[in-house]
Write a new protein. Sequence first.
Length: 104
Amino acid sequence: MYLPVAVAKQQQISDAINAVVAELAPAVQRINYEIAPDWDGRWAIFFRVLLSDEASSQSQLRDIAPNIVRRMSDKLDLPNLGLFPYFDFRSQSEQMAINEPAWA
């Protein structure tokens, strides 16, 4: 079974995530990720971005979401890692209500 190069570069991914969270805090509370095949069978990285409630307001989300995607793309060369990126955003309030472990 083929595994993407990124599996061996998880420390690089974690370092990039930590840098982006530090740059964009307090709007960005946490970014978790998972490397897995997507619905089409391509290897992908699924970013779960936990935002402050203020940052997830509709007016601010329009600015912060593309900024997060751009910063992560700047820090990681995802095509060379063999991954297609997906970003999902959730507010702290949503996570408290849903309490999904993958977002913790």
